[in-house]
Design a protein around this ligand. Sequence first.
Ligand code: ADP
Length: 708
Amino acid sequence: MESEDKINILIVDDLPEKLLALETILEELGENVVKANSGVEALRLVLAADFAVILLDVNMPGMTGFETAALIRQRRKSAHTPIIFITAFADEMHTAQGYSMGAVDYILSPIVPEILRSKVRVFVDLYRMTQQVQRQADERVALAREQAARAAAEEATRRSTFLAEASKVLSSSLDYEATLRGLPRLPVPYLADVSAISLVDERGRLRHTELAWSDSRHGTCTVSVAAPEELHPRLIEAIHRVLESGKLEYRADLPPGLSLLASQRQSLEPSPRFGLHTLVLLPLLARERALGVLALGMGPSGRRYTPSDLALAEDLAARAASALDNARLYRNVQEANRHKNEFLSMLAHELRNPLAPIRNAIQLLRLNQSQDSDTQALHDMIDRQVHQLVRLVDDLLDLSRITRGKIHLKMETVDVTSVIARAVETNRPILDARKHQLTIALAPAPLKARGDPVRLAQVIGNLLNNAAKYTEEGGQIHLGAECRRDTIRIGVRDNGVGIPSEMLSSIFELFTQVDRSLDRSQGGLGIGLTLVHKIVEMHGGRVEAFSEGPNRGSEFVVHLPALHDDESVAMPPQETAASCKLPRRRVLIVDDNADAARSLGMLMEMGGHEARLCFDGQQGLFEAERFQPEVVLLDIGLPGLDGFEVARRLRAMNLAPRPLLVALTGYGQAEDVHRSLEAGFDHHLVKPADPHILTGLLTSPPPGNGVA
Ligand code: ADP
């Protein structure tokens, strides 16, 4: 009915010829003329569409023009639509009644087309104008709505970006100090002109405040305030109130010029030199404890906080509190861990010292041929137990080094077969004691790898030792090694207690033990497999554990990258066989631990050497001049002149013959070895020194530079 851009005009008359006449007259206006032949029809049309004007015949059968007009007026939609009555008699029009019925005009018939058209045109134009104004108003409203929605969306995005950024910063580090310093920067300038984080200790005492504010010249500035007195007393009061209540406090009525810092602090640089009109304080709550308060202030920007700003600030405070709490917990754990490592390291060093003389003494006692078999058995027992102790202490030391990343490998071409032989040799006592049957299957081809032979022997030794420990007496242990393509595979299999499948994945983790209730003479510290794993990894290999479950035995397999013949470098000279005839040497022993010195001296003498003992550095130097030793076994940790200094002075004395200087110390790390060599030592041995190695050194040809 409504064609585009055309305006509707309704004409109502019961006579079709009059309708036609009206239509013809109005056609010229170029609008949309709609016809109705009764009041009822007119009402129906008025309900369905909007009309600029209605031309209504007064005299109609049924519903008259007046009645129709009255009903049109009653409808809300058409209450104000202009109505022009058409009547033959002005009288009949009862003008007053017509107007009261809502007419805006009337026209007498016969109609003068010009008059009708100009009257109707006025209403059409009016309608069109109103429509346009309405459209423009609608457009303005829509535009305003759209802008508001866009601004709200942008604000929401900014807020969530702000929180996301804040969270990213807060979760990026577990460093407590860094988190604390970074925190007050987060709300500035988006949520505050100045912000402060004040922390309290366990007893609620104000400890530390970090401030951040935005400065037009320098960007974001920060300052740490250590003493609470440097804060404004009103801020301190407010902080305590918030800590007490655990609730947000909002003050928008601050006295002019109020700052977060006490007035005397204002003279210091840098400090925020502006007053605040609004301050929000939020408690930093984590696990039901108040860690402190986040304070946000507005001043120079003149901004005020909206409820959604406050909600955002609360969200930020919650995130800040948990970040601080996490960092604090992490710091505590780190600290405890550091203390534990330091303690373990110190403990291992201290335990090592008494072990050296004990080990030497046993060695001496064993050399005494005249003892009966009971005594011999006792010696064997002590020997085994000391061996076990040395092993535990070594593991402890290695552990503390590993956790500090301080294990260094002395890499060379390694014959895996001899490494295995060494490991078997060391574990022979426990295998025999537990009456295990050990079978060994080694591939005939040479098994060469690049590695540290001592550490690799330690790996295989550890696995063998475990197999022996975790297998009932008289068990079967199989050790096999072969080369598959580029990998050397070394397997240690037993038919012992086995490992539950759920433990297999964590068995290499530190302190993991399947059965803590195990007879403690068997059990260790749960360190061995961690060392195995770490050392194998350092060799570019990997280790795996297999077991079909409890009492079904276990197998540990080490994979190492194989070295082929063309890659191998010359093997170092083999140790001199222990059985060859030993030359007699003059050995000077300098150790402030008298027991250690004496037992070592006796060992030397039993080996056919001549030994002199000194218990401090000065005495050692003095004795060196007189005794002209060929070998000096020198403790490093001496009171007064330490071993390094003694070595330096010995070298400066240019003794003839040039003595072989051997450092004996509890410290075996690369830098310790390096220091020894620099001081003039030829060898650096870690206490308790292995008697075989010592013997080897005494029998070796005159010294070159090397480290045993
Ligand atoms: P430790 O032997 O000192 O407890 P390890 O790190 O060497 O520590 O071994 C960790 C745990 O792994 C042991 O306590 C034991 O429960 C289990 N385990 C290691 N080797 C075997 C094995 N061959 N058979 C059964 N269990 C083993």
